[in-house]
Ligand binder design. Structure first.
Ligand SMILES: CC(C)(COP(=O)(O)OP(=O)(O)OC[C@H]1O[C@@H](n2cnc3c(N)ncnc32)[C@H](O)[C@@H]1OP(=O)(O)O)[C@@H](O)C(=O)NCCC(=O)NCCS
Length: 165
C-alpha cells in the first residue's frame, strides 16, 4: 500500500503508521493543533485502526499524519438509516511541508482504506474559522452537515463535514 507523492517539495512516502512513528506524530500534533491527546490514545487508535492511521515521511522525517476510527451509527449523508463510517479524528502536516499535496494524499489514501473496510461515508469536525482546511475538505468532496456550537474547549464552534464513499 506504499505510494509516493512527488511535488515541489520533494518525495513524500505515504504509508501506515508504526509504533516507532508515534513520537513524530505526537510532535506534529503538538506544534500544529490546539487539540492534544494522551500518548496512550495514539497507541490505542493505532492498535484498533491500523490501516487508516497513515503518515507521510520525507527523508526519515514524519511530515504529516492522519488518524481515523471506524464507527457505526446514524448516516450523515442520507436522511435516514445507519451507516458504517470512517471518522477522521485528526490530520495535520508540518508547516514547512504544507501546500505540496501531502494533506490531500493522506486524506484520499485513508478514504481508500475506509472504503476497503466497507465504510460508506466519512466525516470529521473542523473549526469554523479553519478556512484552509474547510476548502481542502470541500475540494475532496466533503460537505458541511451541521454546526456543533461551542464544540472546542476554548468555546469555538465546529462544522461537521461528511461525504459518501
Ligand atoms: C489542513 C492541512 C492538513 C492541509 O495540509 P497540506 O499538506 O497543506 O494540504 P495540501 O497541500 O494537500 O492542500 C493545501 C493547499 O495546497 C495546494 N496544493 C496541493 N498540491 C499542491 C502542489 N503540488 N503545489 C502547490 N500547491 C499545492 C492545494 O491546492 C491547497 O491550496 P490552498 O492553499 O488554497 O488550500 C494543513 O494545513 C495543516 O496541518 N493545518 C494545521 C492542522 C489542521 O488545521 N488540521 C485540520 C484540523 S480539522
Amino acid at each position: 500500500m506504499q505510494e509516493t507523492t512527488t511535488s515541489r517539495g520533494g518525495d513524500y512516502n505515504v504509508r501506515p503508521c508504526t509504533t516507532e512513528d508515534i513520537p513524530g506524530v505526537i510532535n506534529i500534533n503538538a506544534v500544529t493543533l490546539p487539540e492534544h491527546y494522551s500518548d496512550y490514545f495514539y497507541y490505542e487508535i493505532l492498535k484498533d485502526f491500523p490501516t487508516t492511521f497513515l503518515i507521510a515521511e520525507q527523508n526519515g522525517i514524519v511530515a504529516g499524519y492522519i488518524m481515523c476510527r471506524m464507527e457505526y451509527g446514524l448516516s450523515m449523508t442520507r436522511r435516514f438509516g445507519l451507516a458504517k463510517k470512517g471518522h477522521i479524528i485528526s490530520v495535520a502536516v508540518l508547516q514547512e511541508h504544507r501546500g505540496k499535496g501531502v494533506g490531500t494524499k493522506l486524506i484520499e489514501q485513508s478514504l481508500d482504506e475506509i472504503r476497503k473496510q466497507s465504510g460508506k461515508e466519512c466525516y470529521l469536525e473542523v473549526r469554523i474559522t479553519n478556512q484552509g482546511a474547510i476548502d481542502l475538505y470541500k475540494r475532496i468532496g466533503f460537505r458541511v452537515t451541521s454546526t456543533l456550537h461551542g464544540y472546542y474547549k476554548d468555546g469555538e464552534s465546529a462544522y461537521t463535514m461528511a461525504m459518501s464513499l
